[in-house]
Design a binder for this molecule. Structure first.
Ligand code: NAP
Length: 335
């Protein structure tokens, strides 16, 4: 079967991981990498060719979006450039996978969704952890009602980000802050598990000296009645654990968002637990492969969106993050 031909826009850190995943997937082929800097594109492609022993060309943004040999483009630039790059690629007639957060705000997200619909093109946010087998299994178990009705979920997700990411995270001119970079994971995760977006939103943050949210807490109520509590930070080491409480039991999922096991505990309607079971899934070392497989599957099936990471979720999640930023008075200079 003909391979799906990929291009990447943005020759940075995360693009390398994606390029490695594309090499693993037998149905994908990386054809070109574009950068604003010809030198950066050349260094990236030289390294890829040397390590992966395959051909890939370095090019400009204009060249990649008009390359007839490319089916789908992965947008791997920093957040503040997602909209511009994805729009350019959609206008060039390409299917798109965009890194998280989908865009900087909901207006940009809606504009991309409308353009993709108008051109009948595939568009998906690269929320790769949703495709990890363990998260798929967890969702299945919750859907089966194993812990009854889900009433409360708490997630902590905070770490000292490595210096290579820190500059971007702290800079308001690059849409910095914990919410768009890290908070998006638990915010998206809760909507993934529950299959709904929050209907009530409360939040609080601590600002960094540079004027972005360095610690953020959100409390959400969902239409089902579930309450979600999330804390996140780019400079606090947190527990990185998910606790899901239902009417019949609870789930503990450590190592969020990439942990590969969780514990399911069932009680008997009192404070006594009657069972305790650990579920685990083996993950490929490069977890991006699962989202690559999803894109390939969707394109082969002629879909314009993924049922696992639907566009409505991406737009809705941007609205949630717009709302918390609005409540804090955090507006980026170009908004
Ligand atoms: N899925 C994940 O696990 C994961 C992990 C980390 C990051 N991410 C996401 O991936 C995206 C890229 O993150 P990254 O850490 O890979 O970023 P990065 O290496 O710092 O930059 C990626 C690309 O963005 C452009 N860029 C960087 N700084 C810029 C600036 N100051 N002005 C204009 N363009 C700039 C460059 O594109 P050109 O080469 O075209 O110039 C660069 O190659 C972010 O949106 C981030 O949220 C995802």
């Amino acid at each position: 079967m003909k391979k799906i031909k990929w291009g990447i826009i943005g020759a940075g850190i995360i693009a390398e991981r994606m390029a490695a995943a594309l090499k693993i997937d037998p149905e994908s082929e990386l054809v070109a990498v574009a950068s604003k800097s010809p030198e950066r594109a050349a260094v990236f492609t030289d390294k890829y060719r040397a390590v992966k022993a395959c051909s890939v060309k370095a090019c400009s943004y204009d060249e990649i979006v008009s390359d007839e040999n490319i089916d789908v483009i992965y947008v791997a630039t920093i957040h503040s450039y997602h909209f511009e790059c994805a729009r350019l690629a959609l206008e060039g007639g390409k299917h798109i996978l965009v890194e998280k957060p989908f865009t900087v705000n909901a207006a940009e997200a809606e504009s991309l969704a409308a353009l993709a619909a108008e051109r009948d093109l595939f568009l998906m946010e690269a929320m790769w952890v949703r495709f990890l087998p363990v998260q798929q299994l967890l969702k299945k178990i919750l859907r089966e009602g194993r812990i009854g009705d889900i009433r409360q979920i708490t997630v902590s997700f905070g770490k000292f980000v490595s210096p290579k990411f820190e500059k971007r995270l702290k800079d308001p001119e690059l849409a910095g802050g914990a919410t768009l970079d890290l908070g998006i994971y638990p915010i998206s995760f809760l909507s993934f598990l529950l299959g709904e977006l929050p209907s009530e939103i409360n939040s609080m943050c601590r600002f960094s000296e540079s004027g972005v949210d360095e610690i953020a807490d959100y409390t959400f109520r969902y239409p089902s009645g579930c309450i979600g509590q999330i804390c996140t930070s780019y400079n606090l080491l947190m527990n990185n654990t998910v606790l899901i409480y239902g009417t019949k039991g609870c789930v503990e999922y450590p190592g969020f968002p990439t942990g590969n096991k969780f514990t399911l505990r069932i009680h008997n309607g009192t404070n006594d637990m009657i069972s305790d079971e650990v579920f685990s899934e083996k993950h490929q070392e490069n977890g991006f492969v699962y989202q690559v497989e999803e894109v390939v599957r969707c394109l082969r099936d002629g879909k314009t969106g993924s049922p696992v990471m639907p566009l409505e979720d991406s737009v809705g999640l941007m609205k949630v993050m717009d709302r918390v930023r609005k409540d804090w008075g955090l507006k980026y200079s170009w908004e």
